[in-house]
Ligand binder design. Structure first.
Ligand code: PGA
Length: 251
């Protein structure tokens, strides 16, 4: 199979500067040999540059949780793609459910950000996922398809190898209600099929699709064994080095 396996930690709006440093040092000191597994952390943007310095020449990569798509301008409070790069970051989270549902980002905004990320040599982690109401109404596939088609609109097949998809059912984020491995696998397979239809089988087979939503050390192994789950995007459980390391080291 040989798909990339990626374990990512989304710190959201947590940690003081000192705590951030301690967390990174804890992750680095416990990492050990992770073979070809990839680890990416997404600290708050103001700490990213310093965290990237701490992680230099290690297997831990650093990204930022959000940016604006414009190159520069009068956009108070926003960060440009080249600023993300200048912080030593090569990854950017795009369309996280909190961006969509707390800050009102639409698929069109997400698509502009994906494009801007690619134009600036950043790897976008494109987050998608349905609300509880969507799932209860049997609309999961429709929503996931719409978010994929919208987010990847006019993105060339040749750029797909820089993109990572994170499937995060919104009802599982921060709620302690992890999707069962079967539910997650079924949607991951569906995502792969959609990418196959939008592009081709090779692109879809190579696409890393991470699961996110209440991933913890005690539920990662059931998810990890599934054929179409290529790692995790972890929120709460990445805020302590030990639990994040347990997830990264899953057997
Ligand atoms: P959680 O968050 O692991 O705390 O559910 C996941 C995420 O929002 O990426």
């Amino acid at each position: 199979m040989g798909r990339r396996e990626i374990f990512a930690g989304n710190w959201k709006m947590f940690k003081t500067y000192r705590e951030a440093e301690d967390l990174v040092k804890g992750i680095l000191s416990g990492l050990g040999d992770i073979g070809s597994r990839e680890v990416v952390i997404f600290p708050p943007a103001v700490y990213a540059r310093d965290m990237a310095k701490l992680c230099m020449n290690t297997q831990v990569k650093v990204g930022i949780q959000n940016m604006y798509h414009e190159k520069e301008g009068a956009f108070t409070g926003e960060l440009s793609p080249s600023m993300v790069r200048d912080c030593g970051c090569a990854y950017i989270l795009i369309g996280h459910s909190e961006r969509r549902h707390v800050f009102g980002e639409k698929d069109g905004d997400v698509n502009k950000k994906v494009k801007a990320a690619l134009e600036n040599g950043l790897s976008p982690v494109l987050c998608i996922g349905e609300l509880l109401d969507d799932r209860e109404k049997g609309r999961t596939r429709e929503i996931v398809k719409k978010q994929l088609e919208g987010g990847l609109d006019r993105i060339a097949a040749g750029d797909l190898d820089k993109i990572i998809i994170a499937y995060e059912p919104v009802w599982a984020i921060g709620t302690g209600k992890v999707a069962t491995p079967e539910i997650a696998e079924e949607t991951h397979l569906f995502i792969r099929e959609i990418i196959g239809t939008l592009y081709d089988g090779k692109v879809s087979q190579n696409m890393p699709i991470l699961y996110g939503g209440s991933v913890k050390p005690d539920n990662i192994s059931g998810l990890h064994v599934k054929e179409n789950i290529d790692g995790a995007l972890v929120g709460g459980a990445c805020l302590k080095a030990d639990s994040f390391l347990d997830i990264i080291h899953v057997k």
